[in-house]
Every structure is written in structure tokens, then in C-alpha cells.
Ligand binder design. Structure first.
Ligand code: SAH
Ligand code: SF4
Ligand code: F3S
Length: 445
């Protein structure tokens, strides 16, 4: 009997990339491959990569060099670079990284079997063609996250916003939405398999759009349809662009108990001047107006954000506006980055990356310190409250404790008692750290 071929998949970058790896796993399983957990057991290694900042690419480069040792031990192993770096660097990556056998862009995964055949014949293979229609809608992803409770569903691909700093429109191509029927069937199948939470993914979910029998389906109506799959199936979504998060969407969130009260709304900067240079298409005032609308329609909604420190020409005053906006909104959580110039973007072509390194670092540190404080305050505010928590598994620190999330996406840890993964339980919060809420189950709630 021929031995089953094994594939090892390693993923960098955003949730979309993780979701894509599940599509890749599915396509490879159909080809008879088995997914394995260790790179040195594999016949094929795929590295699904991210280009968002220079340090993301450097990390992958270091990893590719490390993989040389795996190839030394097993000269037959084939190494493929997938995802955004493959798309951005194309042929160049084959020339620069000798360990790499194949380069496959995010819209070319259906071609993987053919490309692998070519590689098996001793050639190098590449497909980085971007598509205007590919959504992998008919492929059932192999769930790589082992919790069995939470899963991602990709609802659209690509991005056409062309924010001045961002590489994504170049690596992911044109924006396209996926057939809602396939999204709903995927949600139903997940629920039947015991999953209790799905996150709908897209670079800008607010611009989801589909036409069915002459009727337009926007993101709010899609969300509503998925929410109706089952009241016990929780829904999250990412990412919303502040320029077009609508009252209609907020009302939909407010109306359905199982649509989580947590919105990720990347602000990037608190200065309208910088937002204009970034081509974000909103102002500080607009952003604050959207926050007010969130508080109006979804009163206990958590808001998280992304912030970039030190974008081109950012002054001390601009930076202070970011700080004051963060305070004013009181974000519950944030991802914070130093601006990293990306090739071919508008900022790289037209603006100067002129904020000195040490100034960028100092500003980022100030932003991080402030966010720590805001997250802690937000958590302290929850002490005494009772939340419905979906249990995801054991707490990392102790088997005697369970870990789950509340609707606001905060991690809640509490004593196990007789509760189990997948249960919804009401937990009264008794303490917290900056990152976690601690409490006790309240069976009488
Ligand atoms: N589509 C999402 C975000 C995608 S990238 C959105 O529009 O909100 C995730 C985050 O990375 C961005 O929100 C931004 O904060 C950050 N980012 C993107 N390009 C960057 C760059 N060149 N330098 C630093 N941070 C960047
Ligand atoms: Fe990048 Fe802007 Fe698109 Fe987000 S919306 S992926 S930041 S171009
Ligand atoms: Fe990175 Fe590509 Fe996602 S650049 S953030 S993996 S879309």
C-alpha cells in the first residue's frame, strides 16, 4: 500500500488567512493528503504568509531559512509559499529563497494539485493570478482550530479601498461577495456539528453585497439571516470600516440576542488631517458620531480598534489627537502598530515616511500604555455584572477552571463545577486583570 502523503500548514497574518488555510487543507485532503502537526513529518510544507508590515514579512523569511534544515534531513520535502507574500513578491521570492519550490497567490488555491504535480517533477511552480470572482464558495473548510466551538466563515474576498498605507488591495485583489446561500448552509452545518459561534470575515464586511432574484442583500440582511439559523449560534464579524457602518446594521445587532455586542472599528488615527492623507474617507468627527450611534443602538457594546503610530507627516499635535480620541472613546481593546512603508502603496509613492524611528516607537509606546489603562478600566467596570458566557474550553492556567467569552468578546475565567465546553452559562464577575475577567457561575440567573 502506498503511504498517505502528509502536509504541514503554517499560517501568518489575519483571520482571513487562517480561514484560507482551512480551504487549502480541504483541497489537499481531497487530493488524499493528511494534515500533520510537525514540519519534519511532512512531505509538503505550506507557509501561508502576510505582507501587512515589513516585520511580518521578515518573520516569514526567517522561518523559510529555518526550514532549510528540514529540507537537509528530507530532500524530498516540497515547500510552498502561499498567501499575501506570494502574491506581492511573485517570482522574486523563488529567486531569493532557494528553499521555496512553489508560489501560490490567495486566489489560485484550486490550482494547488496541478502545481504540486509540476513540483514533484522537479520543476518550480507559480500561480499568482488574482480573480474577480473566486470565493471558494463550494469548498467546505477543514476546521484547523481544535476547539470545536468557534469557527470562521469567509463572506467576501479582496479590498478596493486602497487606504494609502495598505498592501491588501494589491495582495488580495478586487472585492467580491460570496453567495449568501452557501454562507447560511455553512453556518447550519457548523451548528449541527456542535459549533456555537461563527465569525463572518471580510476586509470590509459593510460593503457585502449580493443580488438574489432582483433583491439586494446587504451586510445587515445577511447578518440577520445567519442569526436566524439558531438562537444558540452566536455571531461575530470583522472588519467594519468606519466610513460605512450603518445605523441599519447597528439596529440589527441590537435586535438579535445572538449577534454579539462587540464591534471592531479600526480608527487608525485621531487626526482628521492624517485620516485624509491615509485616504480613510472619514474624519475624527465622523468616527465619534459612529461611536455615539453604536452606544445608542447597542448600549452595552464593546468597541475595539486598530491604531497606526507615526504615519507620514504625523505631528505631535496629530499624535495627541489620537491619544485624546482613544480616551474619549475608551476602547475596550486595540491592536497597535508602528507605520511600516509598503512598496507600491500610495503612501510609498506620494508621501514621505518622515517620522523618525525613535519618535514612532515613543508614540506607539504611549498608545500601548494608554490602551492598557483603558482595558483595565473597562474590565474593572464589569466587576459585579453578570454575563452570558459561551464556554470554549479549559483555562490555560488550570484544568479546574473554564474559559469562555462574553458577548463583548472579553475572556472570562471561572471554576469548572459541572459545566462543559459549548455550554452557555451566566457568570458573575468578581475580579479582573487587564486581559481577563474572573468570576463564578450563577446557576440561579
Ligand atoms: N481591513 C481591515 C484591516 C486590515 S489590516 C480594515 O480596513 O480595518 C489590519 C490593520 O493593520 C489595519 O487596520 C492597520 O491598523 C494595520 N496596518 C495596515 N497596513 C499597515 C502599515 N503599512 N503599517 C502599519 N500598520 C498597518
Ligand atoms: Fe487595507 Fe484599507 Fe482595505 Fe482595510 S480597508 S484592507 S486598511 S485598504
Ligand atoms: Fe496580512 Fe494578507 Fe491578512 S497582508 S493581514 S494576511 S490580507
Amino acid at each position: 500500500m502506498e503511504e498517505v502523503k502528509k502536509i504541514y500548514l503554517e499560517t501568518y497574518g489575519c483571520q482571513m488567512n487562517f480561514s484560507d488555510s482551512e480551504i487549502v487543507a480541504s483541497l489537499m485532503q481531497d487530493e488524499g493528503y493528511e494534515i500533520c502537526e510537525k514540519s519534519d513529518e511532512a512531505d509538503v510544507i505550506f507557509v501561508n504568509t502576510c505582507s501587512i508590515r515589513d516585520n511580518a514579512e521578515q518573520r516569514v523569511r526567517r522561518r523559510l531559512r529555518e526550514l532549510k534544515s528540514v529540507k537537509k534531513k528530507n530532500p524530498f520535502v516540497k515547500i510552498g509559499v502561499l498567501g499575501c507574500m506570494a502574491e506581492r513578491l511573485k517570482q522574486q521570492l523563488l529567486e531569493e529563497e532557494e528553499t521555496v519550490d512553489m508560489i501560490v497567490g490567495p486566489d489560485a488555491y484550486r490550482d494547488l494539485p496541478a502545481l504540486l504535480d509540476k513540483v514533484e517533477d522537479g520543476q518550480k511552480a507559480i500561480n499568482v493570478i488574482l480573480s474577480t470572482s473566486e470565493t471558494y464558495a463550494d469548498i467546505t473548510p477543514v476546521r484547523l482550530d481544535k476547539s470545536g466551538i468557534t469557527a470562521f466563515i469567509s463572506i467576501m474576498r479582496g479590498c478596493e479601498n486602497f487606504c494609502a498605507y495598505c498592501v491588501v488591495p494589491f495582495t488580495r485583489g478586487k472585492e467580491r461577495s460570496r453567495d449568501p446561500q452557501t454562507i447560511i448552509s455553512e453556518a447550519k452545518a457548523l451548528f449541527a456539528d456542535g459549533y456555537r459561534e461563527v465569525t463572518l470575515l471580510g476586509q470590509n464586511v459593510n460593503s457585502y453585497s449580493w443580488e438574489e432574484n432582483g433583491r439586494k442583500i446587504n451586510f445587515a440582511s445577511l447578518l440577520e439571516r445567519v442569526a436566524e439559523v439558531d438562537p444558540l449560534l452566536r455571531l461575530r464579524f470583522a472588519t467594519s470600516h468606519p466610513k460605512d457602518i450603518s445605523d441599519e446594521l447597528l439596529k440589527t445587532i441590537g435586535k438579535h440576542h445572538n449577534i454579539c455586542n462587540a464591534i471592531h472599528l479600526p480608527v487608525q488615527s485621531g487626526s482628521s488631517n492624517i485620516l485624509k492623507l491615509m485616504k480613510r474617507n472619514y474624519t475624527r468627527e465622523w468616527y465619534l458620531d459612529r461611536i455615539a450611534a453604536i452606544k445608542k443602538y447597542v448600549p452595552d457594546c464593546a468597541v475595539s480598534t486598530d491604531v497606526i503610530a507615526g504615519f507620514c507627516s504625523e505631528t505631535k499635535q496629530d499624535h495627541q489627537e489620537t491619544i485624546s480620541l482613544m480616551r474619549e472613546v475608551g476602547f475596550d481593546y486595540a491592536f497597535m502598530f508602528k507605520y511600516s512603508e509598503r512598496p507600491d502603496t500610495l503612501a510609498q509613492k506620494k508621501l514621505e515616511d518622515d517620522v523618525p524611528k525613535d519618535v514612532k516607537s515613543a508614540r506607539l509606546q504611549e498608545i500601548i500604555d494608554l490602551q492598557q489603562q483603558l482595558s483595565h478600566e473597562s474590565n474593572k467596570n464589569d466587576i459585579g455584572k453578570t454575563f452570558e458566557v459561551l464556554i470554549e474550553g479549559s483555562s490555560k492556567k488550570s484544568k479546574e477552571f473554564l474559559m469562555g467569552r462574553n458577548s463583548q468578546n472579553k475572556v472570562v475565567v471561572f471554576p469548572k463545577e459541572s459545566y462543559a465546553k459549548g455550554d452557555y452559562v451566566h457568570v458573575k464577575i468578581t475580579g479582573c486583570t487587564t486581559a481577563t475577567l474572573m468570576g463564578e457561575a450563577d446557576p440561579l440567573f
